[in-house]
Design a protein. Structure first.
Length: 227
């Protein structure tokens, strides 16, 4: 197969954001006098959007109260918005990989369960020289991954057939999204979940370093292998 587009998850795939996320979560928890969580605990809570993150982070009795959950989520969003790129940085090799894809004229996009405002700011701040055709994040009323709706909207917008899209992520949610959309599913091992989770969720390709993608995937914007 020849692939003409690359769509990326964000947290744990393009950027190591877990420290800023954890600091935001723990600031929210301290506000309500709840116990803090460790970095490793929070690492296992992310992947399904901010609302689910906060639901997992606060005590179960409080999470069952929808009004309180929304209040805690709003407070967390304020905490996190102050520190989006304080500690967050691209993983080693990611800028170089993106530059090669850009030079090959491969269409690039982001599909994340991260809040849209956060995804936009982080992309523009950390990757100012990369042209992402579309950045899709969590917005009210829109389905989250692994629902493929938003991922397929990206493919339609950039005019690429699903079978010509390579989708990169670090969690089972990402692999399920890729399968549901008909994309090539590529699991990256430098993120927030173990390699075993990626394999168990059906990753078609596993990569351990960003530049390895060019050993495993044929990217060419000028050709097509889909009839």
């Amino acid at each position: 197969m020849i692939y003409k587009a690359a769509i990326f998850d964000m947290d744990g795939t393009l950027v190591n954001s877990i420290a800023d996320i954890a600091d935001g979560v723990n600031e929210m928890l301290e506000h309500y006098n709840f116990p803090n969580h460790t970095l490793d605990e929070i690492r296992l809570m992310v992947g399904n959007g901010a609302r689910k993150l906060i639901e997992r982070a606060i005590p179960a009795d409080n999470a069952a109260d929808k009004n309180f959950l929304q209040e805690a989520l709003d407070y967390y969003n304020g905490c996190y918005a102050k520190r989006l790129t304080v500690k967050t940085r691209p993983y080693p090799g990611i800028p170089e990989m993106l530059k090669i894809l850009k030079d090959k004229k491969i269409s690039l996009a982001v599909c994340t369960n991260k809040q849209k405002f956060a995804a936009d700011e982080m992309i523009y701040t950390l990757f100012p020289d990369i042209d992402f055709k579309k950045i899709v994040g969590d917005e009210p009323g829109k389905p989250k991954k692994p629902d493929p709706t938003r991922a397929l909207e990206i493919a339609k917008k950039i005019g690429i057939k699903p079978k010509e899209v390579a989708y990169f992520g670090d969690t089972a949610v990402d692999m399920e999204t890729a399968h549901n959309a008909g994309f090539l599913s590529i699991g990256v091992t430098w993120g927030f979940r173990p390699e075993s989770e990626l394999r168990e969720s059906g990753a078609e390709i596993i990569i351990h370093k960003p530049l390895e993608i060019f050993d495993s995937i044929n990217f060419d914007a000028g050709q097509s292998s889909v009839k």
